[in-house]
Design a protein around this ligand. Structure first.
Ligand code: AMP
Ligand code: GLY
Length: 424
């Protein structure tokens, strides 16, 4: 089977690496991919949101299944585009319909969904430009910290957690009136602050049934001790030590099953991943957000623990036959350490030569993200550059292996967090 993976991060490199191991895989194409995917597949110079360009390469390369990595093409409707095009309609797609993608594309939509299906989440109210003064009053009447969320997609930057009332009111006005997040901030959800520890849960659904994949914990902040600006993710581990069997069962019963049932009840066409961001408050799980894709860097620790043929899982998702997959999970722990460009998540240089990436490391798997090949050399091409995954008994040993590998890889201004797992 010929496969097209849409995206260019480490997540897509993992998809590529895992699908390459499938017996039913013929050729893999990645649009646009990176230097890592180029070693396993054919990179195609097409943007994930150029649907006509994607159509051209799907037809040209006789693609039979499309797996969509990032959220933006899903929110923009790539699945509906393929499914309603007369020449593409038989191509399988892993990724929800446009309406399904609103679970990530609109915070208000996802809050209403959770309310309708009685899924535990923080209480909230939503405001727009016309109801600004009500929003300001609402802030005065609630307690800090204030959680302000831009309704639309904002690349992880649309959530503000503010302790001072005046500042929260100023920021609400900035979002609603001064277009702080552009169109994404024209509606703002203000929700209650959940005080607890976070984890990421992953579900694969064909719209009828689902598989609960391993959960993971990622480290979002740039600085050690969880300080500084938020990033796309600086590392992850799986499984999550504080999520024991009883807690995972609560997540399954109170969150995952009602989510899958809710999609069916609302007649939302959903064949793909659901990534549920959860906060554990005391011993209860609450949803902080839905994403309609896999997480990055979580994919780098979740997929290596799945023993099944991943392409078969993808086909069964798209063909609504996921019930026949018997999920097999490696009980060992996986860790990934993300190596970034100095300056990230602010400004950083690109084009710096990377040395020391092992060809066949016995202890780690190197997934590439912001890299490209220039004159035969692998150079940096983004903020998050590489994600170094290792598997071992227990997350501490896995992390140790990743750190040993990270030290052998070099480029100017390389940075990574040396304290992953510090809080566990
Ligand atoms: P989101 O984009 O909704 O995942 O929010 C980004 C980050 O903000 C999350 O990973 C949490 O750390 C934090 N966050 C979001 N909502 C809440 C909340 N209601 N209470 C506490 N922290 C939150
Ligand atoms: N690691 C968080 C995300 O993928 O959004």
């Amino acid at each position: 089977m010929n496969v097209l993976i849409v995206g260019s991060g480490a997540r897509e490199h993992v998809f590529c690496w895992k699908i390459k191991q499938s017996k039913i895989c013929d050729d893999i194409f990645v649009a646009p991919g990176n230097a890592g995917t180029a070693q396993l597949a054919t990179n195609l110079d097409v943007s994930p949101t150029d649907f006509q360009g994607l159509k051209r390469v799907i037809l040209l390369n006789k693609i039979e299944i499309v797996i969509v990595g990032p959220e933006i093409p899903l929110i923009k409707g790539i699945t509906d585009f393929i499914k309603t095009d007369s020449e593409l309609k038989n191509v399988l797609v892993v990724g929800p319909s446009t309406i399904g993608a609103k679970l990530e594309g609109s915070k208000e939509f996802s809050k209403l969904f959770m309310e309708r299906h009685k899924i535990p989440t923080a209480p909230y109210k939503s405001f727009n430009k016309n109801t600004l003064s009500k929003g300001l009053d609402y802030l005065s009447a609630t307690k800090p910290p204030y959680v302000l969320k831009a309704d639309g997609p904002a690349a992880g930057k649309g959530v503000l957690i503010i302790h001072d009332l005046k500042e929260a009111q100023r920021e609400l006005e900035n979002m609603l009136v001064n277009n702080k997040f552009g169109d994404s901030g024209h509606n703002v959800v203000i929700e209650g602050f959940l005080d607890g520890i976070e984890l990421s849960c992953f579900v694969l659904t064909d719209g009828k049934t689902h598989l609960t994949l391993p959960s993971a914990k990622d480290y979002k902040q740039i600085g050690e001790g969880d300080t500084g600006l938020n990033t796309g993710g600086m590392g992850a581990i799986s499984p999550v030590p504080f999520a024991n069997k009883a807690f995972l069962k609560k997540i399954e019963d109170k969150i995952i099953q009602p989510t899958i049932n809710g999609l069916a009840l609302d007649q939302i066409d959903y064949k793909g991943f659901v990534f549920i961001g959860i906060i554990k408050v005391d011993d209860e799980p609450f949803v902080i957000e839905y994403n309609v894709r896999m997480g990055d860097p979580e994919t780098q620790v979740v997929l290596p623990r799945i023993k099944n043929d991943f392409l078969e899982m993808m086909i069964c998702t798209a063909e609504q036959s996921l019930g026949k997959i018997n999920l097999q999970i490696d009980p060992k722990s996986a860790s990934t350490v993300v190596m970034v460009s100095g300056g990230y998540p602010g400004e950083y240089e690109k084009g710096l030569e990377i040395s020391g990436i092992p060809n066949n490391s016995p202890s780690s798997i190197i997934f590439q993200a912001g890299t490209k090949v220039l004159n035969g050399k692998t150079v940096t091409n983004g903020g998050r550059v590489l994600s170094v995954t290792s598997i071992s008994k227990g997350f501490k040993k896995a992390l140790k292996k990743s750190y040993e590998t990270v030290e052998k890889i070099d480029y100017q201004k390389k940075y990574y967090r040396k304290d992953l797992g510090f809080d566990l």
